[in-house]
Every structure is written in structure tokens, then in C-alpha cells.
Design a protein around this ligand. Structure first.
Ligand code: PLP
Length: 416
């Protein structure tokens, strides 16, 4: 440990030795209910036997079939599968390794296809740590502090944070769309704007779902001005909100989607999807990379998707999410330090406040640590680290949801 960069901070004190389903085990064999899912990654749980089997088989057959040198079958099969899963006309898929890379790939495509430079991103959005992705990220100054100047050509517009503004859906939607229209008049004229990038359910900033009116307002403006709508599905996609893609919650059709985390339950792979006609407007050679679409990751992703479909995990996320929501609301009603519960499906955030109603990151930290002592792993997010986030794997059972909330209730009794 002493040689690991001190800049890499861990949210828990666990030295993970083994993972199985919804559980992680430390090097002493202590069991933890893992409601972090490795930041929303292990959607079929840790080491799902079918995913493990597919990866093991592929490891023994072909590991690195560099995808701009040769083709390989798992790559072709996964492209077909993703094209089938991506809604509407998005039938063309390109791969990379991390979420940030997918975001950058989407941005490059948008700039090439429209021959325009600017990107509108939304306040509180998280799109990654690489330079372009960080330039579109405003979930916390930590991603930007000390790295300025950011990439030019990014303009930030308000997102309907109902809780933060203290507004209802209609008021927040109206304000955000009005400010967006003002951006066209003041900072980025439509003819300079290539794309808008949005998380339909914001993750890192604090589990804020957009409103239907806001998402549809973005679509209308994109259609009106020939701007591309990019939905960043990296955290909220792959069933997490109770629909396969989170943008489906708002009845909008994006032009490009980015995906990563839930795609292979832990194998590093990311992708974008767009219509073939849009994809072919990009510059040849602008997509690629040494490790993209690694054969083992592709084989694991295919098995992972097979499990999501055959075990009905999207439906499970919806049903278990409802139970979790109801139990968290019960806790909110009993504890004044819980000021809000929000989110969708198995992506719920719990806002922790002090006696004056201000965000209380210290208390949220104490609660997460007390939960860890009870054998429950939870992450936090938000500008003050004040939001306890609930991200169980999509395979979670009703008993595990109940057990997790019971453990958190004990943590509240000990540290609340
Ligand atoms: C919505 C969203 N976009 C992009 C990213 C960046 O992904 P990565 O950390 O794999 O680069 C994340 C990671 O948390 C994310 O939640």
C-alpha cells in the first residue's frame, strides 16, 4: 500500500479479497453487502458464474485481437447485440475502454458530423476525468481544480435540480429551458453548437433525475437547430433506473449514447452508439485505440447482457428499487437529518443535512462508516459529500434490500 499514489483515495477501509453476487469479502473473510457495485458497475453482481465462464473461455482462446488490426467474433457479436439494444436508429457502435473515452469519442463524432465546435453541457453533470470530459463536468470543482484552462468551446447550462432550487418540476423546467435559450443568444449560437451532452439521471452531483419537460425541451431545440443530443448513459444506463436506458424514462430519442459501467459488470469496456448515417459523418481513423473492444471484455459483456435478459434484471431493478425507495422514505420520515430521497430504480440518493438544513458531508461520512461497521458498503456523492448513494447490483434480492436498509438503520442509531 505504501507505494500506491497518495492521491488515490478509497471510500472504505476494505481490502477486498473476493466477490460473489451482492457480496464482497475482505482479506479476513468478513462479508459486506456491496451496495456500491464498484460505482454502479457490477450489475450482474460480482463474478456472475456465466460472465466468469465466458471470460475464462475467451482468455484461454484469444486475449488481444487488436481491433484496428484484425476483427474478432466477440467484437462483431457485441456490436450486433448493442445495435439491437440501442433504441431507434442507433445501429452503429464504436468501442473504447473507459467512460471518459466514450464521452470524448461522442464529442469528436459530434464535432466532425456537424462541423461545429461548441458543446453545451449541464450544471452538475459528470462525464469523466480526461481533459475534454472534465471540461464538460461540473459535478464538483475537484475534477477541475488546478487543471485549468479547460478545453475551449464548452458552455454550461442549468439542469433541473428540483431539490436544490426548491422548485417544482414545472418551474425548474421552465427556468432551465429559458436559460438554455439565452445561451444561444449570448454564448453559443446554434450554428456554432455541435451537441448537447446530458446525463438523463445525474450521478455524481447527487442522483437528480431530469424532468420529462426538460429532456423533451432539449430534443426540440436540437431538432430545431441541427444540434446532436448525446445522452451519457454510463452510470444510469444498462437497466439501473428500471428501464434499459435512462433516457427512455423521459420519452426522448438521443442521437448518440455513451455506455460503459454496467456493460460488462467490471471488465473495462465502453461504447458509443449512433445511427450509421451519423457515424459515417465522422472522420475515418478518428476512432480506435490499442485496447478497445478487448476480446475478453467483449465475451464478458455478451454473457453479462445474456444474464440481464434471461434473469429479467431490468424488471428486478424496477421492483427492488420500489422496495428500496419505500424503505428509505420510512427512514426519512423518522430522521430529520435525511432531507430528501431521490433517483430512479436502483440509483437512489439520500441527502443528509445538519440541524439548520445545510448539506452535512461529515455526518454522511460518519453514517457510511457506521454502515461499513455493520457490513454494508455505501458510497457518497454531492458537492459536500452529503449524499449517501444506494447502488445495489441489479441482481439484488428483496431480502438483501431489507438487510441493507436494516443495517443502515443501525448505522443511523449509532451515528445519526
Ligand atoms: C455519467 C458518467 N459519465 C462518464 C463517467 C466516466 O467514466 P470513467 O470513470 O470510466 O472514465 C462516469 C463515471 O463515473 C459517469 O458516471
Amino acid at each position: 500500500m505504501s507505494h500506491l499514489s497518495p492521491l488515490l483515495k478509497q471510500a472504505t477501509g476494505v481490502l477486498a479479497a473476493k466477490g460473489e453476487g451482492a457480496y464482497l469479502y475482505d482479506n479476513q473473510g468478513k462479508q459486506f453487502l456491496d451496495f456500491t457495485s464498484g460505482i454502479g458497475v457490477t450489475c450482474t453482481g460480482h463474478c456472475h458464474p456465466k460472465v466468469v465462464e465466458a471470460a475464462q473461455k475467451q482468455v484461454a482462446t484469444l486475449v488481444h485481437a487488436q481491433y484496428t488490426t484484425v476483427m474478432h467474433q466477440p467484437l462483431l457479436d457485441l456490436s450486433d447485440k448493442l445495435a439491437e439494444l440501442a433504441p431507434g436508429p442507433m445501429d452503429s457502435v464504436a468501442f473504447s475502454n473507459a467512460g471518459s473515452e466514450a464521452v470524448e469519442m461522442a464529442m469528436r463524432l459530434a464535432r466532425h458530423a456537424t462541423k461545429r465546435a461548441n458543446i453545451i453541457a449541464f450544471n452538475g453533470g459528470f462525464h469523466g476525468r480526461t481533459m475534454a470530459a472534465a471540461s464538460m463536468t461540473t459535478s464538483t470543482a475537484k475534477i477541475r481544480t488546478g487543471f485549468h484552462p479547460m478545453m475551449a468551446g464548452v458552455v454550461i447550462s442549468p439542469f433541473p435540480h428540483l431539490y436544490r432550487y426548491g422548485w417544482d418540476e414545472e418551474e425548474a423546467t421552465r427556468f432551465c429551458l429559458q436559460e438554455l435559450d439565452n445561451i444561444f443568444l449570448t454564448q453559443s449560437a446554434p450554428e456554432d453548437t455541435a451537441a448537447m451532452i446530458v446525463e438523463p439521471v445525474q450521478g455524481e452531483f447527487g442522483y437528480y433525475p431530469a424532468t420529462k419537460g426538460f429532456m423533451q425541451g432539449l430534443r426540440e431545440r436540437c431538432d430545431q437547430h441541427g444540434i446532436l443530443l448525446i445522452c451519457d448513459e454510463i452510470q444510469a444506463g444498462f437497466g439501473r433506473t428500471g428501464k434499459f436506458w435512462s433516457h427512455e424514462q423521459f420519452d426522448v430519442m438521443p442521437d448518440i449514447i455513451t455506455t460503459a459501467k454496467g456493460l460488462a459488470s467490471g471488465f473495462p469496456i465502453s461504447a458509443i452508439a449512433a445511427s450509421e448515417s451519423l457515424m459515417s459523418k465522422g472522420l475515418p481513423g478518428s476512432q480506435g485505440g490499442t485496447y478497445g473492444a478487448n476480446a475478453v471484455a467483449c465475451a464478458a459483456a455478451l454473457a453479462n447482457i445474456e444474464v440481464i435478459e434471461s434473469e429479467g434484471l431490468v424488471e428486478n431493478a424496477k421492483a427492488r428499487g420500489e422496495t428500496l425507495w419505500n424503505r428509505l422514505i420510512e427512514l426519512k420520515d423518522k430522521h430529520a437529518i435525511i432531507d430528501d430521497i431521490r433517483g430512479m430504480g436502483l440509483m437512489l440518493g439520500m441527502e443528509i443535512v445538519d440541524g439548520d438544513g445545510h448539506p452535512d458531508g461529515g455526518k454522511a461520512d460518519a453514517l457510511a462508516k457506521a454502515a461499513e461497521a455493520e457490513g454494508l458498503l455505501l458510497l457518497r456523492c454531492g458537492t459536500h459529500g452529503q449524499i449517501v448513494r444506494w447502488l445495489p447490483p441489479l441482481i439484488v434480492s428483496d431480502e438483501q434490500i431489507q438487510a441493507g436498509v436494516d443495517k443502515f438503520a443501525k448505522a443511523l442509531a449509532n451515528a445519526g
